[in-house]
Design a protein around this ligand. Sequence first.
Ligand code: AHR
Length: 502
Amino acid sequence: MKARVTAHARYIIADIDKRLYGSFLEHLGRAVYTGIYEPDHPTADSSGMRQDVIDLVRGLDTPICRYPGGNFVSAYNWEDGIGPKEDRPTRLDLAWHTSESNQVGIHEFADWAEKANTEMMLAVNLGSRGLDEARAFLEYVNHEGGTYWSDLRRKNGRADPWDVKVWCLGNEMDGPWQVGAKSAAEYGHLANETAKAMRAYDQSLELIVCGSSGPGMTTFPEWEATVLDHTYENVDHISLHMYFENYEKNTAEFLALPEKLDRYIGTVSGVIDYIKGKKRSSKTVGISFDEWNVWYHERENDMERIKDWGWPHAPALLEDIYNFEDVLQVGCILNTFIRRSDVVRMACIAQLVNVIAPIMTAPGGAAWKQTIYYPFQFASLYGRGTALQLDVDSLTYNADVAAGVSYLDISGVHDATNGTLTFFAVNRSADEPLEIDLEIEGFGTAKTVEHTLIKHQDLEAKNTKNNPNNVKPEVGGGAKLSGGKLSLSVPSLSYSMIRVQL
Ligand code: AHR
């Protein structure tokens, strides 16, 4: 099968905000305890953080990390996680039916984030708590000193404020499962008042208001319209979440789901424009897609187990083991974000360690890369610069979720600083390789090309503790440059990264 692609220097979408490659770490399952934090682990540093995990996180170069939830945040008291560790209370975590020891709190997470080379995105609890807790937390985290909360931080061992810029106003407040879930009007009012108070402290904060927890919510997209109507002038981003499932084991349908993602972004972008127009506003709210991933492998089992498992501390939960098929899906999702980078300014893979995550750990043992580590890593490292508006001519197929799904899913990024063009391509066809002709126009001379391929004959192939390199990138064969033209063949059901040095 043939496909033709044209990249032209003048056809651009947007400058990509590097925070498109953000991540998320929640107090959930083993994400924190025996994930990033395990004081008895052989690689643990003096604060109990696993160095082997930090190394893998640094390998992803994820510029921002959302914390501490997720559903967890909606019944969380951040004050439980400060002060001497022996005095911290153990609490019930109502979101995941577990116990929270609070041995990791804001100080430990902030230290870890610095070591992992990632900025913090903090969420405030607008479920069981509200404005007062949010302003106290902000003062604790960002104020220099001389006030109750900032002096308490200093007393607890941190002299300098952390100066966190990006704050989430609650989590999934539209979800009936959320502790303290609200109607759009209730939440819109509370989020706006909280945003006003936080801005009264610092105008330059970037505030994220909750959009829908998925396009399947019955309140979508009216939720976005109502919430933005209340908050438009006081927030910077609206948060969206989406998880991808393949219970039916139908690869063609599964790989078409990013079309739904694209529509979801398009609809919310339209709602933003509508409210902007209604308010006669000159500012444009962006989208923070701060939870996304494949999530279904363990989902139903987990929800069954939770019901009667008491209140364990840091049990294995939501530990999806990803396969090769998921590499293709994550590649297509990231391509969608790159193509929508004009409106999606930030996005966070959910999550980072052990819980629906690219990184897995064994307590007391190894840490390894799940299959999906690679497409995320490639996008994060090489998908920075200007997103290109590619002209793509490829055969298509019809899926339940959308008609005309292109067999070739591709995005392109121009990094003018390093003089590179990078293309991320997924061949969705189960039957045929794709012979791609790619014309490169207006960028100057293309000098060299490198092709990195991820392909496995078994869609179910996984990376495990005992076989951590089962699915991994390899050097692709046969990408050729001639004049301004690049040609290559990509195998059926495969992921490719093609990098051109200009
Ligand atoms: O990432 C897992 C959970 O999914 C989060 O806690 C919640 O926000 C979403 O429903």
